[in-house]
Structures are given as structure tokens and as C-alpha cells.
Write a new protein. Structure first.
Length: 255
């Protein structure tokens, strides 16, 4: 199937980061842009309204957090007839060859989800002039900027919307990929710069930061109930969600 690409981004304020991230998108492939705006108050809504090239969903009703909004973005991109999705955080800058190299590696068909490689820079914009030093794979995809497809959703299911705000949605999805016998990798031929938790450290209000920290602990407890352990630390985990016999990895409700 011919890949039809969508750039999917979830934002909550941080307009200057959003603009810079989108400006760094360079590719030979046609693509759609889908942005899920989660109650921004910094002018993001107005900016999105002025951008006719962006398909935006504003203040999604019922949103529980990042996993919910990622799912919503993928569904909107699918409605636009896209079947491959680059899930781009707004605090990422991409090397000019990032997308084309990632698309070519994904086309080999042996991975279900993959990310590029975040590198250290003396200053953020240095990423635009960096030489790519390796085209190797390494295990354990990062979720600050990653690629998946409709085939991924078919095999693994949707992200778990019981995980609130942010953190641990990546652990859950990576666990499910591995239990399905599939691969998720970092591809070093696609490099990027990540400001690093800009949403939390630079954009979120103190009240929002406190909520994120509270939900981090609640999400961790949820993952431990669902899988029995943190799969990044040990492979001694439940083989089915909540250790319920014959329960599919696609299912995200305990009952």
C-alpha cells in the first residue's frame, strides 16, 4: 500500500515551539498536518484558525490526556485518507532528512513502530547542520517523535486512554508491541533535537505541573496493575492485560 503521510501533533500552549517544529518538517512526500489543541490559551487557537493548511481539532471533549489525543489525531488523519503517521511533539526540531530516511526505513516492513534518534547539540538549531553518523537500528523506540501506521493499529490496537495526561502511555504501548512479537526501534539515520519536556518545564503552569506529577504516580500504579511490572526493567510481566486469560493486548478495559 502506498504510504500517505500525516504529521500529527498534540499541543497545549507553546506556540513558539509548535511553529519551530513545523518549520523543521522537510520531506519529498506529500503530507497532511493534523493538530489536536488541548485548551491552549497563548494564541495557539487563533494561529491554527489562520492556517488553512492545518487540520485542527480544538479542545477535544472528553480528553483524558496524551494517549486520547494521539488516538484522536490518528483518527482524524485516517479520515483524511492517511495511513502512516509521524507523531511529532512540538518541542522537537527535525533534521532535513529525518522524515525521508524514516519513511524509507519503515518501508522495509520489519518494524511496527519506530522513532528517530535524539542527539545533543550545542544549541537547538545546530541540528539543521549536523551530519548523520550512523544508519543503524537500536531497540526501544522513543515516543517524543515516532512513526506508526494503520497496520500498527490493526495489530496492537489504540493507545490506552485510561492513562491520564502524560507519562507511561509509551511503556504500555511498547509492552503490547513486544507481546505481539513485533519490533519497535530507534533508527539512527533520522536525527532530531529534543528540547526535553518543554511542555512540563517551560510551558505548563505550576498547577498543571502538579497535576502532571500526580497523574504520573497514578499512571504508574495503573501500569503495575495492568502488566505486573515495568517492562523496561524486567520482562517478568503479565502476558495478557491484568493477567486475565485470553484477554487481547488490544483491550484497554479491565472488565
Amino acid at each position: 500500500m502506498k504510504p500517505n503521510l500525516a504529521i500529527v501533533m498534540v499541543v497545549e500552549n507553546g506556540l513558539e515551539y509548535t511553529r519551530a517544529a513545523l518549520e523543521s518538517v522537510k520531506t519529498k512526500y506529500p503530507y497532511k498536518i493534523v493538530i489536536i489543541d488541548n485548551y491552549s490559551t497563548d494564541g495557539t487557537k487563533e494561529w491554527l484558525a489562520s492556517r488553512k493548511d492545518i487540520h485542527s481539532v480544538i479542545d477535544p471533549e472528553g480528553s483524558t490526556g496524551l494517549a486520547y489525543n494521539w488516538n484522536l489525531g490518528i483518527k482524524e488523519a485516517t479520515r483524511l485518507r492517511c495511513n502512516r503517521f509521524l507523531m511529532l511533539s512540538n518541542d522537537i526540531l527535525l533534521h532535513s532528512e529525518y522524515i525521508d530516511n524514516l519513511m524509507a526505513r519503515y518501508d522495509k516492513g520489519d518494524v511496527t513502530l519506530m522513532s528517530g534518534y535524539n542527539i545533543e547539540c550545542d544549541y537547538p538549531e545546530q541540528i539543521f547542520f549536523k551530519e548523520i553518523e550512523s544508519f543503524d537500528d537500536q531497540p526501544n523506540a522513543g515516543f517524543s517523535c515516532f512513526m506508526l501506521s494503520t497496520d500498527t493499529i490493526d495489530k496492537i490496537g489504540w493507545l490506552d486512554e485510561n492513562i491520564r495526561k502524560i507519562y507511561w502511555e509509551d511503556v504500555d504501548y511498547a509492552t503490547r508491541i513486544e507481546l505481539a512479537g513485533e519490533k519497535h526501534i530507534v533508527y539512527r539515520g533520522s536525527i532530531s533535537y529534543h528540547y526535553g519536556s518543554a511542555t512540563l518545564n517551560r510551558i505548563a503552569t505550576p498547577e498543571q505541573q502538579n497535576e502532571i506529577h500526580r497523574n504520573y504516580a497514578l499512571n504508574q500504579e495503573y501500569i503495575m496493575r495492568k502488566w505486573g511490572n515495568d517492562s523496561r526493567i524486567t520482562k517478568e510481566i503479565y502476558q495478557t492485560p491484568w493477567n486475565i486469560e485470553n484477554k487481547s493486548i488490544k483491550e484497554c478495559n479491565e472488565s
